[in-house]
Design a protein around this ligand. Structure first.
Ligand code: GLY
Length: 388
């Protein structure tokens, strides 16, 4: 497909997602969107934002940067501020909410209140680093499906690092970046298998950080590849490398992980929820995992060490975005009662031990929608992939 055709495809898709943002803005009553029913578009919400909530102001910061419509700035500031009660929670996952929900307000819109809030959360997050484990453990408040232990880790906990790297850049205090780099190295080493696939979770020895066992909180089995485990590993390795391009081992791991994804994802480019579910192809897709990987591939398309590699990953990112838009972004009028611009086909958590608020399949998730919206804005030229 030509660049011109692709260009109009991306901007049309952005308009679609923006109409869903507008519709969501009028449908919320002070609670954060978490996931939505694919048939009705009705959001399941959380009071404080849970780990996902920052994706919502993240979409609003992007919408404001794109349109300069003050309604998005006002809403982004409102929803960003509502994250404040979570700033000191003991969870590695708050890096997600306060990076996309607050730090992005600084990066994209130079919003000082958002920067202050992001810094408060980053300072608390840095304090969670455990020297004996060599990483930030999940934490007693971590929002997972089951036991988070005292010395548990997961690839998902790389969600901590964009906020820490941002804080280092914002303040000039290198201790944030040192903490982020140690966490990145240890979490990638613990969870990436030799073939480039990623296991979600681990229990570590609290005395010396050695690995006691690997397991999964949300995947099919302890030896399977849960789609979002692979996805989180890729997107955060890419963000870490955007801050520290000299880290050769991270780049080798990122490329191994991306190549594993591209070798194993179906020709449709859309991942099933777990690559090892024996019911494939008669099982759920995870478009959230796919959208996260789309973002990672576009970043790799910018930072990979050769022109050939950059072209390869950029093209894979474009094909992934096109597959999401063509197959899973609800168009106008396809179903009488649902809004347009929803990214459906996400599997939040299909396990029996899912938290009640996460028990959803074939749904729209606020974080999947965030990563698609980010990717579309990258493809449309609003922001460079490695700056976000
Ligand atoms: N813990 C992050 C996720 O469910 O993807």
């Amino acid at each position: 497909m030509s660049n011109v055709t692709n260009g109009s495809r991306w901007s049309a898709a952005i308009d679609q997602v923006r109409s869903r943002i507008d519709q969501t803005l009028t449908s919320l009553d002070g609670r954060f969107p978490h996931w939505a029913d694919a048939k009705t578009g009705v959001w399941t919400t959380t009071a404080d934002g849970d780990w996902t909530g920052g994706a919502w102001p993240g979409m609003l910061w992007l919408a404001y940067r794109r349109t300069r419509d003050p309604k998005y700035l006002e809403a982004a500031r409102l929803w960003s501020g509502r994250l404040k009660p979570r700033a000191k929670l003991q969870t590695a996952f708050k890096g997600f909410g306060f990076y996309y929900g607050a730090a992005l307000g600084d990066i994209l819109c130079h919003d000082e209140d958002a920067a202050k809030l992001a810094l408060e959360a980053a300072t608390s997050l840095k304090g969670q680093f455990d020297e004996r484990l060599g990483l930030i453990p999940l934490g007693g408040d971590a929002e997972e499906s089951e036991d988070v232990g005292g010395s548990f880790s997961s690839i998902d906990s790389l969600q901590a690092i964009p906020l820490l790297f941002w804080a280092a850049r914002k303040t000039g205090d290198s201790s944030f970046a040192t903490c982020a780099a140690k966490h990145t190295t240890r979490v990638l080493d613990v969870h990436m298998r030799p073939d480039g696939s990623i296991v979600q979770s681990s229990e570590l020895n609290p005395n010396d950080g050695s690995i006691v066992r690997h397991f999964t909180h949300k995947g099919f089995s302890d030896s399977s590849v849960w789609g979002r485990a692979q996805a989180w590993g890729l997107v955060y390795a890419a963000i870490a490398l955007a801050h520290r391009p000299q880290e050769k081992r991270w780049m080798e791991q990122l490329i191994a992980g991306a190549d594993w994804w591209l070798a194993n994802v179906p020709d449709s480019m859309i991942a099933f929820w777990d690559f090892n579910d024996p019911a494939i192809p008669n099982t759920e897709t995870d478009t959230a995992a796919t959208a996260i990987v789309c973002s990672a591939l576009l970043k790799l398309g910018q930072i990979a060490p050769s022109e050939e590699l950059r072209a390869r990953y950029r093209s894979a990112g474009e094909r992934t975005a096109a597959a999401l838009v063509d197959g899973y972004l609800t168009p106008v009028g396809d179903h009488e009662s649902r809004p347009r611009g929803m990214l459906v086909g996400a599997c939040f958590n299909k396990r029996r031990d899912a938290r009640a608020q996460d028990s959803a399949t074939s749904a729209e998730t606020i974080f999947g929608s965030y990563y698609l919206f980010e990717s579309l804005n990258v493809l449309d030229g609003l922001v460079e992939a490695d700056k976000i």
